[in-house]
Design a protein around this ligand. Structure first.
Ligand code: PEP
Ligand code: MG
Length: 318
């Protein structure tokens, strides 16, 4: 059966009612881009750049980062490559900084950390902009909660761009900028963010953690980590609807997107772009190719309105 799924790699991810679905890959190392292509990924939906920074003595230089980002862009050709800026400080940490924050998940992590360490952030942005000439780059900012963070990021991008132009580098002028939706606040008040950004990507791993106040790495409360809690589903639904209305691309790149249990549910919530570990793409594609989005939308809308908890068996029964 595995072989059958692999043979399907070039078959389009289109539902029974003709809706095209993007199946992109999450990667942690540049080398994994090849696997993504082998599994039929239509792009890279999340390259977690922090893995370039972890478990080492010194930070990666601009040139080293440029090489890593370029290699992914070159491998993927004209397919989009979403590179997330450094997301450290909570469940992932730099070597020299064991977390001392009182509550690291609510502390100086991800974009907050980058804005507090502008040299480091500018180095990464310069490397990204330089690499942009090799393909279709999307820059993804993690843990955005405030509009002023978006403006600050844009300012650093402009600074990096001005520096590079003055130094004679060329830069792709079609780079897209997006944010992770992983803090409930931004899902609830998403419209101004969609005005300033080209796309958003929902990080369900953190979105669930922050919505339910359940630590994603604490085994003691794992039974409360509920991916299908109605509040979580409503936040995902609101984000997708607002994105559709604004004409902006919305993806899900948390673990939910690569879990066959939730594929039909996410299609029913209106999702058209899934990003996951490359190995999961063939199985998810199989489900997509048998799904009828209109039927699923009706089914899911009904339960969203009144259910205390969604009946996954009902959604997954064809
Ligand atoms: C997420 O939070 O869902 C996500 C994709 O990012 P990470 O798991 O790296 O925090
Ligand atoms: Mg996250």
């Amino acid at each position: 059966e595995r072989e059958f799924l692999l043979l399907q790699k070039d078959a389009p991810a289109v539902t029974v009612d003709g809706v095209h679905i993007e199946l992109e890959a999450n990667i942690e190392l540049p080398e994994e881009a090849k696997l993504a292509l082998e599994m039929g990924a239509t792009g890279i939906g999340l390259y977690r750049s922090e893995f370039l920074f972890m478990n080492r003595e010194q930070l990666p230089s601009e040139d080293e980062q440029y090489e890593a980002y370029s290699s992914v862009l070159k491998t993927m050709g004209n397919k989009p490559v979403t590179i997330r800026t450094l997301d450290i400080g909570s469940d992932k940490n730099l070597n020299d900084e064991a977390t001392v924050a009182v509550n690291p998940a609510l502390g100086l992590r991800a974009v907050r950390y980058c804005l507090a360490h502008p040299e480091m952030f500018l180095t990464q942005l310069r490397a990204l902009l330089r690499a942009s000439v090799h393909g279709r780059l999307r820059i993804l900012i993690p843990m955005i909660s405030h509009m002023h963070e978006v403006f600050a990021v844009k300012q650093y991008l402009e600074q990096a761009q001005n520096e590079l132009m003055a130094e004679g580098y060329s830069i792709n002028d079609n780079i897209e900028l997006g944010a992770m939706v992983e803090i409930p606040a931004i899902a609830i008040a998403i419209e101004p963010f969609l005005k300033e950004l080209d796309f958003v990507s929902i990080g369900t791993n953190d979105l669930i953690q922050y919505t339910l106040a359940v630590d994603r790495v604490d085994d003691e409360v794992v039974n409360l980590y509920d991916s299908v809690h109605p509040a979580v589903l409503r936040l995902i639904h609101m984000t997708i609807q607002a994105g559709d209305k604004a004409g902006k691309h919305v993806a899900v790149c948390g673990e939910m997107a690569g879990d066959v249990l939730y594929t039909r549910l996410l299609l029913g919530l209106g999702l058209k772009s899934f990003s996951m570990h490359p190995q999961h793409i063939p199985d998810i594609k199989q489900i997509v190719r048998h799904a009828h989005t209109n039927v699923l939308r009706t089914k899911v809308a009904k339960t969203l309105n009144h259910a205390i908890a969604i009946d996954l068996d009902e959604v997954n029964a064809s």
